[in-house]
Write a protein that binds this ligand. Structure first.
Ligand SMILES: Nc1ncnc2c1ncn2[C@@H]1O[C@H](COP(=O)(O)OP(=O)(O)OP(=O)(O)O)[C@@H](O)[C@H]1O
Ligand SMILES: [Mg+2]
Length: 302
């Protein structure tokens, strides 16, 4: 399954420089390392918790949570998706109907009698489980304000999962409120999906400031695992310029992997499947597999 480091395969679907023109490079001209297939693991855990975070809406947080999760599961990792957005899009995206839920992540964080095992649901993808959410969660933002240790409620709730999973991906809502702060307090790493359009960078300074505050006050070990450009359009210079700006501002925190814009992602959401199952050979599926391999190669995920 390991692919050669040609521009076409290493940045799936995104033209860069192939071996015939010299060494392969990424969108901003950095040499492209080869990301090998992750080695198989003997057992499972301890899990790394990664929060998918950007207060801007519609940038690919949920798409990345689902598809990175599915790609890691394909590579043998045990993955738990935590839907932490009252919109419930991550739950729907893996085939769970939010209105039919007896228990959701809301009960997990607000009700002391509810345990993680009560709310975890399997998905159609092997090794991929989900803690679903629905609109109930919208009340938690206000209700949490009065709780003791209100920022670390999710962290405590997820503790029993650390030994059973290799990766826990938390899909945040588009805000920097108390729910997102809970995700950042629980997390070991943050992944920032960034849409390749002109105003994308505007909110990132505020996001980084929030991450730094959480790091200072609540979670000193929190790291930014990477910035992931999404909805990259290889036909326009514009997308490339946005990624270039991200590189100038954030250096190698910018991942090599770039997710191209394709209608296969909304199509897969409608089918309630990860793209790796809906269109396994599509370049969108290859891109998320590459993201999984890059994060393992960078030592972010074991
Ligand atoms: N690479 C892509 N190419 C084309 N469409 C995409 C891509 N990634 C995501 N989309 C689509 O864009 C829309 C927003 O994506 P997504 O729901 O993942 O963003 P989000 O950041 O989770 O949004 P929100 O902030 O509302 O939670 C969805 O319809 C999704 O299918
Ligand atoms: Mg979302």
């Amino acid at each position: 399954m390991t692919q050669p480091a040609t521009a076409e395969s290493t940045l799936p679907g995104i033209p860069g420089r192939g071996p015939e023109d010299g060494p392969a490079t990424d969108v901003v001209g950095r040499p492209l390392p080869e990301f090998p297939e992750p080695p198989t693991r003997a057992g499972h855990g301890p899990a790394r918790i990664v929060a998918m975070c950007n207060q801007k809406g519609g940038v690919g947080k949920t798409t990345t949570t689902i598809n990175l999760g599915a790609a890691l599961a394909e590579y043998g990792r045990r993955v738990l998706l935590v839907d932490f957005d009252p919109q419930g899009a991550a739950s729907v995206g893996v085939g769970i109907s939010p209105h039919e839920l007896d228990l959701s992540v809301y009960n997990l964080i607000m009700d002391r009698d509810v345990e993680l095992s009560d709310v975890v649901r399997p998905t159609a993808i092997e090794r991929l489980d989900v803690v679903p959410a629905n609109i109930d969660l919208s009340a938690a933002e206000v209700q949490l304000v009065g709780e003791v240790a209100r920022e670390s409620i999710l962290s405590r709730a997820l503790r029993p999962a650390l030994d059973d999973y290799d990766v826990i991906l938390v899909d945040c809502q588009p805000s920097l409120g108390l729910l997102t702060v809970n995700a950042l307090t629980a997390a070991h790493g943050v992944l920032i999906p960034l849409e390749c359009e002109f105003f994308a960078l505007r909110g990132v300074a505020l996001l980084v400031e929030t991450i730094d505050k959480v790091k200072d006050r609540l979670n000193p070990d929190l790291e930014v695992d990477g910035i992931l450009p999404t909805m990259f359009d290889s036909r326009t210079l514009h997308s490339r310029e946005v990624v270039q700006r991200v590189h100038e501002a954030f250096g190698d925190t910018l991942l090599h992997t770039v997710i191209g814009r394709t209608v296969k992602f909304p199509d897969a959401s409608v089918a309630a499947e990860p793209i790796t199952a809906y269109a396994p050979t599509h370049r969108g599926a290859s891109a998320y597999r590459q993201l999984a391999r890059e994060l393992v190669a960078r030592g972010r995920i074991a």
